[in-house]
Structures are given as C-alpha cells and as structure tokens.
Design a protein around this ligand. Structure first.
Ligand code: FES
Ligand code: FES
Length: 511
C-alpha cells in the first residue's frame, strides 16, 4: 500500500481506552496484551496507525495519567516522568546545568511541534536505534523504572534495548520514570547529531559523559545511536580514555577505536562508511566539548586505590561516584516547570468502542464547542469538516510539514496526529482565531502581508500558529530562534527569508 494513501484520515478502527491511574493502565495492558498499543504523545503511534503498519484492536491512551509528568530531584537523583515532553526536558534549567548532553539531545530532536507533543518515554519505548534521548541517558548511567502487575523494577538504560524496535519491556509493563544518578563533581557532557536536514532522525548521534580531575580524564562513557541495531556504548574506547591524561592524541585514538567498535549499516539515510567517519569526528568533538564543560576543580573523591584521587579502571560504579560528593545534594526538591501536571485521578476509565461516538467539549477560538467523535477521528478532521475551520491544512498527514499546526492548550500542535477524543477538555486556537472579532488582523498577520511572506498560502496558517506561539514564549527572538522554532513548518514556494523577516518584524511591534 502507498504509505500516503490514507494519511489524511485514520481508517483503522479500534477501541479507545483512557485509564485514570497507572494501576488501571497496567491492568488494561495485562488484559489486552499484544492486541493493544499505548498512546502517549502520538507522534509515532498515529503515523504507524495511519500508514497501517500496525493495526491494534485497542489503543490505551496514557497521556493524562497523573504523576508521570515533570522532573523532580530527590536524594540526589533526578527523576523524569515518562510522560515528560522532550520540550520540557530541553527547557528545564536543572537538566541544562547538570545533564547538558540530555538538553542538547532534546534541542536536536525533530521539530518544535514534535518536541512539544512527544514524550521521552515514548521515544525510548519505540526502541529505535536512532533515538536521540537514549545515548545521553546511557552515557549518564540512567535507569528506567518499569511498572507491571508484579510491581516496579529498574533496568539500566543501556540494557533496555534488545533490537530494532524491541526492548525488555514486558507486554503488560509500562515505563513510568527515568532516573538519572546524582550530578557528579568534575562532570562534563556533550551530545552531537548528524542528520540530512535539521528535523530528520540521525544518520548518527553521539553522547559523551566524562569526569575530569585537572588534566586527567577520570572516567568516561561514550554512547551512540543509529550505528548499530540498538543504541550502544563504545566500551573499548571508554577503557582507553579512563585514567589517562587528556591529550589530542588520546582523543584521536579513542575516536578511531569507537569508529571501529560500531556496527553500522548502509540505509536510506547514510552509508556504513560515512557513519564511521561521522562517529570518529563526533567523538573527538564531543570529548573536547565535554572536557571544556567539566569543572576541573570540582572533583574531590577520596583515594580509592592506586594513584591519589583516581579510582582504579576496574573500580565499580558505586566506588567511582560516591553519593557523598554530589554537587547539588538537595533532597526532594521539585524542579519548577509548567509541564508538571500531577492532578489527582478522577472518574473511571474512558471507553469508546469502534461503533460508538463520544461527546467531547473543546474550547475553540474562545467558544465552547460540544462535539460527537469516534475513536479514530482526528482533531484535524473535526476542525475542518465538523466545524468548517479550514485554516489548518491537510499537508503530509504524518507530522512532517507543519501545515496542520494549531495551538492546543497553548502549544503548537500537529492536529493531524491528535485523536479528537484524546483532546477532550482542551483549548484550541486555529488561524481563524488570530484575528479580532471585528476582523482586525493580528500584528503577526499584518507583518506577513507587509513582508510578502507567502505565495500560494498553503503553509501560511501553520507558519502563523507556530510563530505566534514563539512570540508568546520569547518576546524578542533572534534570527536563530525563529529558524529553530519554525524548522517543522515547510514552505514549498516562498522560501524562508521573508517569513523570518516577518516574524522578527512582528516581534519588534511587540506582538
Ligand atoms: S499535515 Fe500535519 S504535519 Fe503535515
Ligand atoms: S507559501 Fe506556498 S507553501 Fe508556503
């Protein structure tokens, strides 16, 4: 079947279940097993459903489960809820300061809309060898908390992946949290990615997490994506580096060793040969960047054996990173972020069978709307066909062009990848909602007119809605800010220079 044939609608029918608690979700997984798929951010599952690569009987939507969003530090560890969005991690100050490679990876992750919608748990559970979040988590020695009928178990991130699209997750288990070990003294980290275009998945990516004492590299982890059947560590290169003076020659030797350790393939995105070259270069750049970021005076681990202050190369992880030397030893400090939603669960599991419709309410452009929707109705269809708000466009239908972008609960969202029933209770703004009731255009729309930032106009509503959100979040964006924020909105005719000029001009008018 042509993958694009049905991308504008969701043909496949399923029963939609929306549990209210983690226990309910686990029970539903246990009951439906392989017949069910979990829906979190939807940026991958909805695409798979549309192109009919998967045909589950049941979709279990977990996006409203309480307690799984947000980032909290307790007893030195940093706990990231599995439903925390990539954007929330990218913008979290403590992640940026203590785990910069993870913040870098989230910055390099796909488009703004996918960062806003996609969750870190979803990215990991896809089991993609090209995951951007996996290498930094592996490099930091993170653990994943899996919740199932038998309780909770922890799995090291590096042991989570078992093959392309495969993980150790049981059929009735849920990834609930990611736990990062305490920030380490003398630590530095970096993440690099090579892709065909900015929003594409990686040809190869690399994460480096090291510990520095003076001129010596005390410990190091190197992790890579898109160069093997699973995200992987380069342990031979790590051994080469550990305990050595940090020199350009050592860095070059380690990079070559890492390039030899990976097992890349030729595919549509790159060749195995090129991936080895890229890994060599990224390892050198990543090591130098992580080294420069490391605080060479912070390391104060007592003598363990051998050289003063240095653990032996075969010392265990516990010995290398004693908890007493954590840099920020606060306990149970919630890290403020607007993405933290931990409301108590209410009501019963929502059930919507294929032959039923359910009443939902949406606030659309400031007006409360009541709609009857089927389980597989998309928000884009409901807006365009039921409400005749045709500003949001059908473009690719699979999350790649940004033409369908609307604001959902204040965030730029791809309406082609949202189930209408999952948006129940939400607030939607479409391009029709930008202008005032008397028809006065929004200053951003005026700026697009003034700068001729459109030709056919097909992409323009999506551009406007994404840019409007940027200007809400950043009053005076730079040229780079605009380019980065709009990278998920494609224009086939105008080109981007006039669009960027229009957005910057609107910012100057204090939109
Ligand atoms: S139509 Fe939604 S991203 Fe292209
Ligand atoms: S103006 Fe035609 S696609 Fe952008």
């Amino acid at each position: 079947m042509n993958e694009m044939t049905n991308s504008h609608i969701l043909v496949h029918e399923f029963t939609y279940l929306e549990p209210r608690t983690v226990d309910e979700a686990v029970a539903l997984l246990h009951e439906h097993g392989d017949r069910a798929k979990l829906l979190a951010g939807g940026t991958d599952l909805l695409v798979q459903l549309k192109i009919e690569r998967i045909k589950p009987d049941v979709v279990i939507a977990i996006h409203k489960l309480p307690g799984l969003k947000g980032i909290v530090r307790a007893d030195g560890e940093t706990r990231i809820g599995a439903l925390t969005t990539i954007r929330a991690i990218r913008e979290n100050r403590c992640i940026g300061e203590d785990y910069p490679a993870l913040a870098d990876a989230c910055r390099a992750f796909s488009t703004t809309q996918v960062q806003v919608m996609g969750t870190v748990g979803g990215n990991l559970c896809n089991g993609s060898p090209a995951s951007d979040s996996a290498p930094p988590l592996i490099a930091f020695g993170a653990e994943l908390e899996l919740t199932g009928p038998a309780g909770v178990r922890r799995v090291p991130a590096e042991d989570f992946f078992t093959g392309p699209g495969q993980t150790v997750l049981g059929r009735d288990e849920l990834l609930t949290s990611i736990i990062l070990p305490a920030p380490r003294p003398g630590a530095g980290s970096a993440f690099l990615k090579m892709s065909r275009v900015a929003a594409d998945i990686a040809k190869a990516n690399a994460a480096v997490a090291l510990m520095r004492e003076g001129d010596r590299i005390v410990d190091c982890r190197l992790a890579y994506g898109s160069v093997a059947p699973t995200p992987m560590r380069a342990k031979k290169a790590e051994s080469l580096l550990t305990g050595q003076l940090f020199t350009p020659e050592l860095v070059a030797r380690a990079a070559q060793t890492a390039a030899d350790e990976i097992t890349p393939i030729d595919d549509v995105r790159s060749t195995a040969w090129y991936r080895r070259q890229v890994v060599d270069a990224m390892t050198q750049d990543g090591l130098n960047q992580a080294w420069a970021r490391a605080d060479d005076t912070a390391y104060s681990v007592p003598v363990l054996s051998g050289v003063e202050g240095l653990p032996t190369p075969d010392a265990g992880e516990e010995a290398r990173y004693p908890q007493s030397t954590i840099r920020n030893p606060q306990s149970a400090i919630p890290i403020p972020h607007s993405d933290i939603i931990d409301e108590p669960a209410t009501g019963a599991t929502v059930t919507l069978r294929p032959d039923e419709k359910r009443r939902i309410t949406l606030m659309v452009n400031g007006v409360q709307q009541t709609l009857w929707v089927a389980a597989n109705d998309l928000l884009l269809n409901v807006l365009r066909e039921d409400m005749e708000l045709t500003g949001a466009r059908y473009g690719c239908g699979i999350g790649e062009c940004g033409a369908c972008t609307v604001q959902l609960n204040g965030k730029p969202t791809l309406a082609c990848l949202v189930l209408a029933v999952a948006a129940d209770g939400g607030e939607v703004v479409t391009v029709e909602g930008l202008q005032a009731p008397d028809g006065t255009l929004d200053p951003l729309q005026e700026a697009f007119l003034d700068h001729a930032a459109y030709q056919c106009g097909f992409c323009t509503p999506g551009m406007l809605m994404t840019a409007k959100t940027l200007l809400t979040e950043v009053a005076q964006p730079t040229d780079d800010d605009v380019r980065d924020y709009l990278k998920g909105n494609l224009c086939r005719c105008t080109g981007y220079a006039s669009i960027i000029r229009a957005v910057l001009s609107a910012a100057e008018r204090h939109v």
